[in-house]
Design a protein around this ligand. Structure first.
Ligand code: 4GX
Length: 255
């Protein structure tokens, strides 16, 4: 059972992970839980102020340290885990980090709004800063939900139908192979339109050949689209041969 505590001014946003899809079902199944903490509930003034203007001037607002500190201390008191602040200044999230979080019992996610939070709060209460990518969101909430979604799908039983997260892309350091479903020929040929068939190997039911075709596609696409991933991964003799075949068939250039 994994528990996330989330410190946020917009707790309603988290219905997206508590009530929908794989995360929603995994929560119903009791595989994970969430605690939502609004710093506005930890203010002491009548206006319930959570932000103020930045010292030194400039646009926007900065989240006040005192209400955030009281919130995080209440979370800790309730059994909260390490505190992660989502921000573009953090270390980039990857599969390895997701697996590390999936192995922790509890994690606290701090979501900033506006221009961020008072640096002294980060120094005193934040253990780690994590980024989900080099772009700017309007707040840490979508980043926190991204982290939770990636972690929850790693919990055994979270994926339906006996699926295993261990079989997915990135686990093996490669991109996924292409997928096909019905109809076998699409779009419908009307003389003018070009039609495309599902690769015939997938229709034959020869499981070993299908496995090798998929591995070859995964290797080829990783070579074409993410050569950085291939450079970081050793290829077996067989994988090297499959990639060589793929390259020959597509004309060596990589598209
Ligand atoms: N990966 N954001 C944090 C507030 C903020 C502003 C400035 C620090 C400095 C993000 C991301 C992200 C938007 C969350 C700005 N914090 N979080 N927020 N990329 O863009 O995680």
């Amino acid at each position: 059972m994994i528990h996330f505590d989330v410190v946020t001014l917009f707790p309603e946003m988290f219905a997206a992970v508590t009530h929908s899809g794989i995360c929603g079902r995994a929560m119903e199944a009791g595989l994970w839980s969430i605690g939502l903490w609004n710093p506005r509930d930890f203010t002491k003034d009548t206006h319930r102020t959570v932000d103020d203007r930045p010292y030194g001037g400039g646009p926007g607002m900065v989240m006040l340290a005192p209400p955030l500190e009281r919130t995080l201390d209440a979370v800790k008191e309730s059994g909260g885990g390490k505190v992660i602040y989502l921000s573009p200044q953090g270390r980039k999230l990857d599969h390895e980090k997701v697996m590390e979080l999936a192995g922790r019992e509890a994690t606290t996610l701090l979501c900033g709004r506006y221009e961020g939070v008072d640096e002294r709060l980060i120094e005193r209460r934040v253990d780690e800063e994590l980024s989900i990518g080099d772009y700017v969101l309007s707040g840490g909430e979508l980043a926190a939900m991204t982290v939770m979604d990636a972690v929850v799908r790693q919990i055994p039983g979270a994926l339906g139908g006996g699926q295993s997260a261990a079989e997915e892309s990135f686990v093996d350091g490669l991109l996924d192979c292409p997928q096909y479903t019905r109809p076998e020929v699409w779009p419908e040929g009307d003389g003018a339109k070009v039609t495309a068939r599902v690769p015939s190997i997938l229709l034959g039911g020869h499981h070993e050949n299908i496995r090798r075709w998929r591995l070859k596609q995964a290797l080829g696409r990783t070579w074409q689209r993410r050569p950085d991933l291939l450079a970081a991964r050793k290829l077996s003799e067989d994988e090297g041969k499959l990639l060589e075949e793929f390259r020959r068939e597509c004309g060596e250039s990589g598209k």
